[in-house]
Design a protein around this ligand. Structure first.
Ligand SMILES: NC(=O)C1=CN([C@@H]2O[C@H](COP(=O)(O)OP(=O)(O)OC[C@H]3O[C@@H](n4cnc5c(N)ncnc54)[C@H](O)[C@@H]3O)[C@@H](O)[C@H]2O)C=CC1
Ligand SMILES: O=C1[C@@H](O)[C@H](O)[C@@H](O)[C@H](O)[C@H]1O
Length: 330
């Protein structure tokens, strides 16, 4: 069955998803929408489709079977709700919404529908390194996980990428991956900051997360790390450690130095994961069975993010108040 996709957002991720769908996955993109029509038109021209500055018209278009939402974080809620109203499957970029209250409204609407239509773009679950880490953990021979160390660095960020946004847009990946790897929920969050590269934004930040079975994870997030893009993780278990993400490209020895490239950005680091995520989502849309990261995963992450942000103000640990997981997501 051929599926016609409506794409909302023609910024960095919209372009990447649009090109992957059209050129690598042989998928028909029915239209591209962005409030910036120039951006929408540039992408639409490249992939041979229509452009509009009216995203709702793409969602309501009878010829659009499913929707990819890759517009700015704060716009996800109205577009996801409009898709749910029409029963259209959605791949919604992370975060599902920047606040738990908004994510909760999407979760409630999907429950009312009574079937899963939303997949959240937590693409790290499709990354080969994280998958190997999960397999090593589940093999069981290293015992139970005790600690997790995470490093997440972006090369640069705009002046508006403030302390709370760093949590909802970036640390949200570690929140999701910790829940996914361990199969437990996070019960407490603490945000710590010290010296910063800016006066009015905490950058870098250290986030401590405690899971329901006592594992503690530390996450260093540094939005303006300057040198490149890096995501690393190490699990400390009872009988060993598992780590991933060390630079692993070509090694050149020159001028008394050993030089190894670091990826410049998330697209270069995670392109295979974005592709695998889209491929699996298309399979799910065709079969009508969603089993990727769910609206519940998006909501649970947003609740933990809220606690991290509350801790940025209070300076101390903040309990995570997550309701019981609804039956739809078991
Ligand atoms: N999964 C991942 O690794 C990544 C996910 N993202 C997520 O993807 C989404 C897009 O991020 P980027 O492409 O990096 O941002 P961007 O700033 O490059 O593009 C965002 C686009 O949204 C458009 N837009 C803003 N308001 C809109 C509205 N009301 N309706 C339609 N379009 C609107 C803007 O005009 C812009 O073209 C965000 O939710 C972001 O958090 C971003 C980077 C990586
Ligand atoms: O989602 C993403 C960006 O929005 C965010 O800014 C980066 O920190 C993440 O690594 C990337 O995956």
């Amino acid at each position: 069955m051929s599926i016609r996709i409506g794409l909302i957002g023609a910024g960095a991720m919209g372009v990447h998803h649009g090109e992957t769908l059209a050129f690598e996955l042989g998928c028909e993109v029915a239209a591209v929408a962005d409030i910036d029509l120039t951006r929408a038109a540039a992408l639409a021209d490249r992939i041979g489709t229509e452009a509009t500055d009216d995203p709702i018209s793409v969602i309501t278009d009878a010829d659009v079977d499913a929707v990819v939402i890759a517009s700015a974080d704060s716009t996800h809620e109205p577009y996801a709700l409009a898709c749910l109203e029409l029963g259209k499957p959605v791949l919604c970029e992370k975060p599902l919404a920047p606040q738990a209250s908004a994510a909760g409204r999407i979760l409630a609407a999907e429950q009312e529908m009574g079937r899963r239509l939303i997949q959240v773009g937590f693409m790290r679950r499709y990354d080969a390194d994280y998958r190997r880490m999960k397999a090593a953990l589940e093999a069981g021979n290293l015992g139970s996980p005790l600690l997790m160390h995470c490093v997440h660095r972006n090369p640069s960020a705009g002046a508006d990428f403030h302390s709370a946004w760093m949590i909802t847009s970036s640390v949200s990946h570690e929140i999701d991956i910790l829940r996914w790897l361990t199969g437990t929920e996070i019960v407490e969050a603490t945000a710590v900051h010290g010296r910063s590269v800016l006066e009015d934004i905490h950058d870098p930040q250290l986030i401590l997360l405690r899971t329901s079975d006592g594992l503690v994870a530390d996450v260093e997030f540094f939005a303006r790390a300057h040198y490149g893009y890096e995501v690393r993780a190490e699990l400390v278990l009872e009988r060993g450690t598992v780590s991933m993400g060390m630079p692993s490209g070509l090694q050149v020895r020159t001028d008394n130095q050993l030089v190894t490239p670091v990826t410049p950005g998330f697209v270069e680091r995670f392109a295979p994961a974005y592709r695998a995520q889209l491929r699996d989502w298309l399979v799910a849309v065709r079969s009508g069975r969603q089993d990727g990261p769910s609206a519940w995963d998006g909501y649970a992450t947003a609740v933990v993010a809220d606690a991290c942000i509350a801790s940025q103000s209070s300076g101390g640990p903040v309990p995570v108040d997550l309701p019981t997981r609804p039956a739809l997501y078991h």
